[in-house]
Design a protein around this ligand. Structure first.
Ligand code: GSH
Length: 199
């Protein structure tokens, strides 16, 4: 597997997931400042010309959420998603999509100072998005309950980005405790080390 990646970008979440899975992969660095992602070859892999994107033999997949879905399906033994047929698999997809769709939208709302009626905005409002995540994380150590999953890789990556790196929103005790649990995982630490080492 080859991950099209650039340091300090959304590609880190896939790098973290690949470290959790523990199967061989290589990084293909795209120098975004030099425009290395604006080539016909990369356009064919991701027409958005953004990282991350994954190549796996003849298969290519872009969009972080889709790459997560591809990887948990390919490696069911990784234990990073409830098995097919398990009742909690629905909640797994719900939180994976929630994190990709609603936290990104909350960021945009804040950065662009957009104000839409809550009923019209698909994410409701940034306040509602963070309240919903807080409600769950105050009750259980991980987003699905007692067990860490790929949905936590996505959610913790997003929370880490908006709360700790960009400091766009006030953090909360439940988020800090959750991020502490997630960011001390050996796979996260390896991913961060690789993200800066290979930069
Ligand atoms: N929706 C995409 C977003 C990817 C994205 O925004 N990538 C940024 C880096 S964080 C990028 O490649 N920017 C380069 C550009 O647009 O020129 C995903 O979640 O994978």
């Amino acid at each position: 597997m080859k991950l099209y990646w650039a340091p300090q970008t959304r590609a880190l979440r896939v790098l973290w997931l690949l470290e959790e899975i523990g199967r061989p992969y290589e990084l293909h660095k795209l120098d975004l400042r030099a425009g290395a992602h604006h080539t016909p070859a990369f356009h064919a892999i991701n027409p958005m010309e953004k990282v991350p994107a994954l190549q796996d033999g003849a298969a290519t997949v872009a969009e972080s959420g889709a790459i997560f879905a591809y990887l948990v399906e390919k490696f069911p033994d990784s234990g990073l998603a409830p098995p097919v047929g398990d009742p909690s698999r629905g909640k797994f997809w719900q939180w994976l999509f929630f994190a990709s769709a609603n936290i990104e939208a909350a960021m945009t709302e804040k950065a662009a100072q957009v104000k839409l009626p809550e009923t019209a905005a698909g994410w409701g409002s940034a306040a509602r998005v963070f309240a919903v995540v807080e409600e769950q994380l105050a009750a259980t150590p991980y987003i699905l309950g007692e067990t860490f999953s790929a949905a936590d890789v996505m959610l913790a990556s997003n929370l880490n980005y908006v709360l700790k790196l960009l400091k766009m929103f006030e953090t909360r005790p439940a988020f800090d405790a959750y991020l502490e649990r997630c960011r001390t995982r050996p796979a996260f630490l390896r991913a961060v080390a690789r993200d800066s080492h290979d930069a």
